[in-house]
Ligand binder design. Structure first.
Ligand code: ADP
Ligand code: ADP
Ligand code: MG
Length: 453
């Protein structure tokens, strides 16, 4: 087992990883930017190394600085968390060549599944259904038009290297496709350093269903069931739950079978997530794989009683999966709410600043994963996620009751956050019935606060 792990991340996920290490008796090293010197992850880790100024490019994405920090602290592994370097195959390779274990999949896995077209090809080979569309990169708008005519409008232009909900455009007509092509290419180039695009059929108002898997280096693969993440804004998740209200035992079996097949086909190692979308007729289509721990992993932990971050560390240390598929429980229901410092009434403009008063909810069925505290000043440089509220009940109805209660206790004064929006969502009759899809929030906004946009 590792004796010391460096955490190449910040915020709630850095704290989450420190917790797992403590329970495994592993020492921890935090890295931090100058803007994060008063952060909780720095306070909680056994050691901390400053790796540069506030902007992520100069600190949390600065590979030479992070590797030096690992070397001077004699760390034997690096946990990348999510975002930043978590899906950077080059970083994983450098760790390997420096004799530092990267806690995540092998560089080949990251490279293969990080290329959304390669992932689509593999899905096709494995007989996993995928959204109709191209299997090759599209470099000219003429080719884009040809494929759009084959599959029929509406279509979606997507970046081959895309992530974080960026680099996507829905097109309903030839004219829109032509005009979007160059802007989408430019956005892909600036966000991901790769302008390659591909086209998918745009599935109208789908539900987002994803499957959590874990695989060890001996070829054993298990699935920790599905999560539903259809409450999204601009293709980014806001609320996630497990299990999905729409997936029955039969569909779940199918999902597990597909996810396991794909993981085995690429000799995957560590935890990962296969994302699907589901249309009105309950057809499921593979969209992509995330080769890392996911923001919403706690809902899976609540219903399966598996600590996914500890599992990542054990797998990276070469341990064999001790759980068999048939032994993994699925009990109760968990819902996660992303509490972002964004003003939902002002088009989600970021609202960083000083937290003068903080009250975290508690009580039965409530888990809060966060790195904020009273007196903390939220820096303007990073992701706006302040906290994750995870509510667990014996069934969805109970989880929702707990959520309403917990949201009413949650106070982060004077910052504007997404708490107010979540309160409205948990009172919505359709949401309460589990009757929703990825268009839920846009409808919601059109009805009442659309005028703020
Ligand atoms: P999840 O699938 O775990 O919900 P998100 O899409 O919310 O993940 O992304 C988690 C974090 O990782 C966000 O900060 C997001 O901007 C970032 N992220 C995800 N994919 C990429 C990527 N390919 N490139 C850069 N950042 C990414
Ligand atoms: P990212 O890598 O940024 O997470 P994904 O491919 O996972 O991108 O898509 C993010 C979200 O965008 C999905 O959850 C879904 O809401 C929407 N989406 C993606 N592809 C399609 C599609 N073909 N049709 C309809 N919606 C889609
Ligand atoms: Mg995705």
């Amino acid at each position: 087992m590792f004796s010391k792990i460096l955490i190449a991340n910040r915020g709630e996920i850095a704290v989450r990883i420190i917790r797992a290490c403590r329970e495994l008796n592993i020492r921890t090293v935090a890295v931090y930017s100058e803007a994060d010197k008063d952060s909780l992850h720095v306070e909680l880790a056994d050691e901390a190394v400053c790796i540069g100024p506030g902007p992520a490019q100069e600190s949390y994405l600065n590979i030479p600085q992070i590797i030096s920090a690992a070397e001077i602290t004699d760390s034997d592994a690096i946990h990348p968390g999510y975002g930043f370097l978590a899906e950077n195959a080059h970083f994983a390779e450098i760790c390997e060549s420096c004799g530092i274990k990267f806690i995540g999949p092998k560089p080949e896995n990251i490279k293969l599944m990080g290329d959304k077209l390669e992932a689509r090809k593999l899905a096709k080979k494995c007989g996993v259904p995928l959204v109709p569309g191209s299997l090759e990169k599209i470099n000219e708008k003429e080719k884009a038009l040809e494929i759009a005519h084959q599959i029929g409008y509406p279509v979606m232009l997507k970046a081959v290297a895309g992530g974080g909900g960026r680099g996507m455009r829905v097109c309903h007509t030839d004219m829109r496709l032509v005009s979007s092509f160059l802007t989408c290419q430019a956005e892909a180039e600036s966000s991901f350093g790769d302008k390659s695009l591909y086209i998918e059929k745009f599935i109208e108002n789908p539900r987002h269903i994803e499957v959590q898997i874990a695989a060890d280096k001996y070829g054993n693969v298990i699935s920790l069931y599905e999560r539903e993440c259809s409450i999204q804004r601009r293709h980014q998740k806001l609320i996630e739950e497990a299990p999905s209200p729409i997936i029955d035992t039969k569909l779940r079996k199918k999902l597990i079978e597909w996810a396991t097949k794909l993981a085995k086909a690429c000799k995957y190692e560590n935890v990962g997530t296969l994302e699907f979308i589901m249309d009105k007729e309950q057809n499921l289509y593979f969209i992509e794989m995330n080769t890392r721990i996911q923001v919403e992993h706690p809902v899976t932990e609540q219903i399966t009683d598996v600590d996914l971050v500890k599992l990542q560390i054990l797998i990276a240390a070469g341990e064999k999966l001790s759980l068999k598929q048939e032994d993994i429980p699925l009990r109760g229901h968990a819902i996660e709410f992303r509490i972002n410092c964004e003003d939902p009434e002002k088009n989600f403009v970021p609202t960083p600043g000083l937290i003068e008063f903080l009250n975290l909810p508690g009580g039965k069925g409530v888990r809060v994963d966060t790195a904020i505290y009273q007196g903390y000043r939220v820096p303007p440089f990073y992701d706006s996620l302040l906290a994750k509220l995870i509510c667990y009940g014996k069934d969805r109805k109970e989880a929702l009751k707990i959520a309403k209660r917990a949201l009413s206790e949650f106070m982060i004064h004077p910052l504007k956050t997404t708490i107010s929006l979540h309160q409205r969502i948990v009172s919505d009759p359709d949401f309460c019935k589990g009757n929703y899809d990825t268009s839920f929030l846009s409808k919601f906004y059109r009805e009442e606060v659309y005028s703020f946009e």
